[in-house]
Design a protein around this ligand. Structure first.
Ligand code: ADP
Ligand code: MG
Length: 720
């Protein structure tokens, strides 16, 4: 018998669907544990060893032990707070059991003379052994043969209930192997465990196993599961790549010197960098194919992605189709809109604008422009993907700062083209589209995602295996490097002095205050106070304030005044984090820099150094009540001062935060990899990448079963 129920647990898992679900059954569902296989794949976090009884005389401080003996004293104490104190004597020594929360029934069970078994961590005070809140039960009874698993759980789902449900799922689930023999043979694992062996072992391992190997996931059973998980991920990504190859998109080709594309190139006030030209060609090549593009454009902050996007848009407009450009914040969308209007409207292209805060009249006008196809380019926030927005013929969707969007939003944008009423017939100028028989061909839009948070190679190989990646690895010429300084908040005055110096040279300054997570109100006070402080310290200078609670129109006005150079200093919360472009700004001060993530700091720092002026970033840190900054915080800030390479920073950020948060997977609620660790398991990842195509081609039925088993209903999310 693998897992013995704890004393006092009488609840029965309700595994059959019932009319009214118990709270525990609901909690199971919330954890995503619906199918038998989901339960079987819900693996323990750690184990407790209840297989033996220890002697107190042999125990050491800090040991997690199970002891058995007779209660010799049992009393209530009231100081320092109400508690139950029980002395247990096991024949070799005695131990004090201390309970702060207890029921009268427990008190009764622990009466003097009772024989009990207690399990917990031993602490040695000078008065002898103690255990805080041990698990207790009546002495005697059979000892389990296997370690007791402890599962990840949520509130309202007690361990014994969950344990029973999981073991039930394990017994019923189909665990037959899905790895073709040659794939299994290529696994870099010896011995190679089968899935069934691995799961049965991990749910009740024998006590002789190394707990370290189990807990750090290096045990062969864990290795097998990680390999399976990575394979499922690769299969699903490669599958969606294949599926896309069967979809059709409008083929967009540039034609002639009179094209909007050529005229925009000629009108730009600068030459494209070599990297911009190269990625432009990569994108152009994709757009010219009648298969939907699925490309990620990555380039460090300030590398000039916007103009690449604009050129892609002109290709689309030239071919007589519509393009949508979506940005995560209203400020950024507004900035893109202004820039694109500047670039494109003189050349005769119409740009429409859509955001959530728009007046109804203007919105209706814009919706009509879009529906009639008069607007070749639509710029906006997520308002672009709302249901009422009907495109005449959307052919290209561009998502800026894609990591800031949730997965669901990306999926919604992709489905937009299919909902477009005009999608089945392009404009007269468009060459005839391929048609399947007499039926209407559903056209997908091309998709271009842009990000300034570069994706480290392992992530690109796994989560983004389904994407083609273009990289801008060169900054426009004439940029001077940004000097980054760490400065203690005590030296604020010196920083303000520095601001004066920059202003005297006609430069502009950003001052960013942190987002305080617990309270938006506090956040605001913070920024407002700094705004007042700087206003007072810099008489005659216009100091502006920008924060997330301001109405959109007001935000736009402030941003416009700063961009136009009318405002010397802009105090802001993190609303300016992504993409804002004011080349005259040369100093960025980040207050409480210790509270920001590395990638976020890198993005912020990228707001300066966009012109030719020497630029600096001051990371102001505060140690609070502590005499100095903590180790990690110091290391992180030092990393910022040491490197300006976005890839290196992303790599360090990934190390600190883990891929889930890095990718914004929290927004989607889908934990993408549960067991495998991209850094530690790169050999397994490599294996999965190699065997997946083979398996899809030659064992498609096994591949399908494998993906269904591992990803169940989540496969859709992995495609976004
Ligand atoms: P990001 O990649 O961070 O989105 P932007 O597209 O905002 O960068 O470009 C940053 C700035 O560099 C803008 O002011 C843009 O006009 C300018 N820029 C882009 N490409 C070039 C280039 N080839 N030469 C000079 N300046 C450029
Ligand atoms: Mg940008």
């Amino acid at each position: 018998m693998p897992a013995m129920p704890e004393a006092g647990s009488g609840s029965q898992p309700a595994l059959k669907p019932e009319k009214r679900q118990s709270p525990a059954a609901k909690a199971l569902e919330k954890l995503g544990l619906k199918r038998d296989i989901d339960l079987a794949l819900h693996l323990p976090l750690r184990y407790e060893d209840e297989t033996r009884i220890s002697r107190l005389a042999d125990a050491r401080e800090g040991d997690a032990v199970q002891i058995e003996g007779e209660v010799t004293t049992c009393e209530l104490a009231y100081r320092p707070r109400r508690q139950l104190l029980v002395t247990l004597h096991d024949g070799s020594d005695s131990c004090l059991l201390r309970f702060f929360n207890f029921y009268p029934s427990q008190q009764k069970a622990l009466a003097v003379g009772a024989r009990i078994r207690a399990r917990g961590e031993l602490r040695g005070g000078f008065l002898g052994w103690t255990m805080m809140h041990p698990h207790t039960r009546v002495a005697g009874g059979e000892l389990p043969q296997a370690l007791t698993p402890v599962y990840p759980t949520v509130a309202g789902l007690p361990q014994p209930y969950l344990r029973k449900a999981v073991l039930g799922g394990l017994a019923r689930a189909d665990l037959s192997d899905t790895l073709p023999a040659e794939a299994a043979a290529g696994l870099p694992l010896r011995p190679l465990w089968t899935l069934r062996q691995a799961l049965e072992f991990l749910h009740h391992p024998t006590p002789d196993v190394s707990l370290t190997q189990l807990e750090d996931h290096t045990h062969p059973a864990w290795q097998r599961l990680k390999a399976e998980e990575l394979l499922a991920q690769q299969l699903s990504q490669q599958q969606s790549r294949r599926a896309r190859a069967h979809l059709r998109a409008p083929a967009l080709r540039i034609d002639g010197a009179a094209s909007l594309h050529e005229r925009l190139l000629a009108a730009l006030p600068f030459e494209l960098t070599g990297a911009q030209c190269r990625v432009g060609r990569e994108i152009g090549h994709d757009l010219a194919c009648d298969k939907p593009m699925h490309r990620l454009l990555q380039g460090d902050v300030g590398s000039g992605k916007t103009v690449v996007a604009a050129l892609a848009a002109t290709t689309c407009i030239d071919a007589g189709w519509q393009c949508a450009l979506m940005a995560p914040t209203e400020i950024l969308a507004d900035q893109h809109f202004r820039k694109l209007v500047d670039w494109l409207e003189p050349l005769g292209a119409r740009v429409a604008w859509l955001t959530g805060s728009q007046k109804k009249k203007q919105r209706t006008e814009m919706l009509e422009l879009i529906a009639r196809g008069e607007a070749g380019l639509v710029v906006g926030t997520h308002a672009v993907i709302q249901e009422q927005v009907q495109f005449k013929n959307l052919a290209l969707a561009i998502i800026d700062e894609q990591h800031r969007f949730g997965v669901a939003q990306r999926l919604a944008l992709r489905s937009k083209a299919n909902s477009a009423p005009g999608a089945d017939h392009g404009p007269a100028a468009t060459p005839a589209l391929p048609r399947a028989g007499e039926g209407v061909v559903e056209l997908e839009p091309h998709l271009l995602m842009m990000t300034a948070t570069p994706i480290p190679r392992t992530l690109a190989m796994s989560y983004y295996a389904d994407l083609d990646v273009s990289t801008i690895d060169e900054l426009p010429p004439g940029r001077s490097p940004i000097v980054t300084k760490l400065v203690s908040d005590h030296r604020r005055d010196e920083v303000i002095e520095r601001i004066r110096g920059q202003l005297a040279q006609g430069r502009q300054v950003y001052w960013v205050c942190p987002l305080i997570e617990e309270s938006e109100a506090l956040d605001l006070t913070n920024a407002t106070a700094t705004h007042e402080e700087l206003g007072a310290a810099l008489p005659g200078v216009q100091v502006g304030l920008l924060h997330s609670r301001m109405p959109a129109a007001q935000k736009r006005d402030v941003m416009a005044a700063f961009a136009a150079g009318q405002m010397g200093v802009l105090v802001s919360t993190t609303v300016i984090e992504v993409g804002v472009d004011v080349p005259n700004a040369s100093l960025m001060v980040v207050e409480h820099a210790e509270r920001f993530g590395l990638s976020q700091l890198h993005q912020l720092r990228g707001r300066v150094g966009r012109g030719a002026a020497a630029s600096a970033c001051v990371l102001l840190y505060s140690t609070g009540d502590a005499p100095r900054l903590g180790e990690t915080a110091r290391a992180r800030l030092k990393a910022m001062a040491e490197t300006q390479d976005g890839f290196e920073i992303a790599r360090r950020d990934l190390e600190i935060r883990g891929p889930g948060e890095f990718l914004g997977a929290r927004q989607s609620g889908a934990a993408l990899l549960r067991f495998a660790d991209l850094a530690a398991d790169s050999d397994l990842l490599q294996w999965a990448r190699e065997v997946a195509p083979e398996m899809l081609a030659r064992h498609s039925e096994l591949a399908e079963r494998h993906v269904a088993r591992w990803l169940g209903g989540r496969a859709d999310f992995l495609k976004a």
